[in-house]
Design a protein around this ligand. Structure first.
Ligand SMILES: Cc1cc2nc3c(=O)[nH]c(=O)nc-3n(C[C@H](O)[C@H](O)[C@H](O)COP(=O)(O)OP(=O)(O)OC[C@H]3O[C@@H](n4cnc5c(N)ncnc54)[C@H](O)[C@@H]3O)c2cc1C
Ligand code: SF4
Length: 590
């Protein structure tokens, strides 16, 4: 019988929590295997043609191994990613630290606030480190080539309509705008090499302002986790990584269980050929097994909580806290559209929302943020088509019929055809707005009898939603928008989130949470949760930076032997310095 594979550390999922953990452990010389269910996507790999985009969803039993993993629950929908680099592949690059005063949570039933088990001061050094690794920098709005992104200035102007407790700023983005550290920003310039080899081995360029960050950056300008943490983690020639990590894609973890003084992880490998749109019985895929001493779950809020709920039901992890599934939050996501912005004299105010990175600016509110929200250029045609295309096409047809009847000698029809397409004013002067913030984290994640994930949310965040919606309406008024609309979801009484959080929250005790403040699961030494599931409530700002900083802090504690049951080689003797390795130190990312 073949011997079961053993690796000291297994990391499940390559999003913000998983990629940071993989890099930190590898840098410190700890053997690590990363299992990621999705594919790797290098520059140029992100689908753009309608037939490819339509197939770009994650549903292996339906023959889909694509990037977008959409979930629909009773009153809420959620979108997450499946691919090497997790949510960083489709996120809008915004990195904002959670404000210090927000490290408290609403108590149920409005009974005051409860402090988080960690504070801003705990995370600050780790925020610094993640920002450096991801090349965080604000959008260079005044640099040549970038000043044509009009929505940023429009947001600044609109923000003046809100009170003094609202402030406009340019948040850090994990995007390369400069070809090399210290160089001037330039559009579409080749990027200088990083000190480690690129995972995909393909050239990258600075941002080309295409507005496609949410469907994957084909120019490699986003500093996604595969281009940064994971590239460094697997590069055997990179001197700051002592033991290169091993990364396996299309490997989906199905179960985890205690095994001696470690854990056993069972996973299946999806054959790439199964991305063919035909049903596959994924239960019949051969199961692979790997044993480890330390297991880091980072499959995302939905992935990790679902896995843990199933493991508790199956008796594999029976001692998990009763808090499992609690404190679900959509991070206050609220989408609206401001329509037909105008100058003060009534002329159209162009915003061109699809030009530039999806998000470039943010307005801080008392309990959240409002951000400009771009979209891929293609959607401009869809938006424009919805506004009067039928009438314009009718007018064109009538003109042509009249020309034929009257034997009009003018055979030039270009201008009339242009009229059918329209002036594009609707699309050019309208822009979605994204509200995020501190909703009430009282959603509950459970398993259905068939083993599916279910989420029950309440209406306790109504006051928050009303507040952010009112601010967005005022903001739209700041650019004289002739229209303002809540999203389709809102009209249907549903919410949609791209920032699901909670489910395996950290807490001070097993009664309060599933994990301690380092992410170590109560009742299971050396089993860690390092992703959005560990957040005990809304982050309030865009959460990726906080998830990554949490994982970085967890790794420091692991490597310094400060967790409950340190492994050999990570035990900290009194008086010894802090964690070995792990700090890449010293090079700036463009
Ligand atoms: C359109 C969009 C825009 C966004 N914009 C921003 C933004 O600007 N700023 C921000 O901070 N956040 C943004 N987010 C949210 C951000 O992407 C998430 O908060 C973040 O990715 C969560 O990190 P994570 O580590 O918890 O999990 P994820 O990044 O979701 O990673 C989980 C990984 O685990 C893998 N996985 C799941 N199950 C398994 C399994 N069983 N076996 C193996 N692998 C598995 C998944 O494929 C995935 O790669 C955005 C999200 C979306 C969808
Ligand atoms: S705007 Fe385009 S080029 Fe720039 S980061 Fe986004 S996807 Fe990449």
């Amino acid at each position: 019988m073949a011997e079961t594979e053993f690796v000291e550390n297994v990391v499940v999922g390559s999003g913000f929590g998983g990629s940071v953990a993989t890099y930190r452990l590898a840098a410190a010389g700890r053997p690590v295997l990363l299992l990621e269910r999705g594919k790797a996507y290098g520059p140029g790999d992100f689908p753009r043609e309608p037939w490819d985009v339509g197939a770009n969803f994650w549903d292996p039993s339906a023959g889909r191994l694509g990037l977008f993993d959409l979930w629909s629950f009773r009153r809420t929908d959620a979108l997450v990613a499946a691919g090497l680099g997790g949510g960083s592949l489709i996120y809008a690059n915004v990195l904002i630290r959670k404000p210090a005063e927000w490290f408290v949570e609403h108590r149920r039933g409005g009974r005051g606030h409860h402090p988080w088990p960690i504070s801003r001061a705990d995370l600050d050094p780790h925020y610094d480190e993640v920002e450096r690794m991801l090349g965080a920098q604000p959008f260079p709005r005044h640099a040549p080539g970038f000043e044509g992104v009009l929505k940023t200035a429009a947001m600044e102007r609109a923000a003046r309509s809100l009170g003094p407790d609202h402030s406009f700023h340019l948040p850090d983005l994990a995007v390369s705008f400069r070809p090399a550290p210290g160089a001037a920003p330039a559009v579409g310039a080749p990027l200088a090499d990083t000190p480690y080899a690129n995972y995909h081995g393909r050239p990258r360029s600075t941002c080309v302002l295409c507005g496609q960050c949410d469907i994957g950056c084909n120019s490699g300008s986003k500093n996604t986790l595969d281009h940064t943490y994971l590239s460094a983690a697997v590069d055997g020639a990179f001197p700051l990584v002592a033991t290169p990590a091993e990364v396996r894609t299309l490997c989906e973890v199905r179960s985890v269980a205690p095994d001696g003084d470690g854990y056993v992880v069972r996973y299946v490998e999806h054959p790439p050929a199964h991305h063919d749109g035909t049903p596959h019985d994924t239960r019949s895929l051969p199961q692979r097994t790997v044993r480890c001493r330390r297991l880091v779950l980072a499959a995302g809020t939905l992935g990790t909580t679902h896995l843990l709920l199933r493991m508790r039901r199956d008796g594999e992890l029976p001692a998990l806290s009763g808090a499992l599934g609690s404190r679900f939050s959509g991070n206050g996501d609220h989408l609206t559209v401001l329509k037909r912005a105008r100058e003060d004299d009534g002329r159209p105010l162009p915003l061109h929302a699809s030009r530039g990175p999806v998000i470039t600016s943010a307005v801080r509110r008392p309990d959240g943020y409002i951000e400009d929200c771009g979209y891929p250029m293609l959607l401009n045609w869809v938006y424009q088509a919805r506004h009067g295309l039928f009438w314009r096409a009718g007018a064109f047809a009538a003109q042509r019929i009249w020309a034929l009847l009257t034997r009009d000698p003018n055979s030039r029809v270009g201008a009339s055809l242009g009229m059918v397409l329209g002036k594009g004013v609707e699309a050019a002067t309208s822009m979605p707005l994204l509200g995020i913030g501190r909703d009430v984290a009282d959603g509950r994640m459970t398993l259905t009898p068939g083993g599916y994930l279910a989420i029950r949310t309440t209406r306790s965040s109504r006051a928050y939603v009303a507040g952010v919606s009112a601010d967005m309406r005022t903001l739209a008024g700041g650019v004289n928008a002739a229209g303002f609309a809540d999203s389709v979801w809102d009209k249907l009484g549903r919410s949609v989130t791209v920032h699901p959080l909670g489910g395996a929250p950290m807490g001070r005790s097993r009664q309060e949470g599933v994990c301690d403040h380092f992410g170590e699961v109560f009742g299971y030494d050396n089993l860690f949760v390092a992703d959005g599931a560990v957040m005990p409530g809304a982050v309030g700002s865009n959460p990726s930076l906080t998830i990554a900083a949490f994982s970085d802090r967890m790794c420091t504690a692991v490597l310094e032997g400060r967790t409950r049951a340190p492994l050999r080689g990570t035990r900290r003797r009194p008086g010894t310095p802090a964690a070995p390795g792990g700090r890449a130190g010293g090079w700036p990312t463009p």
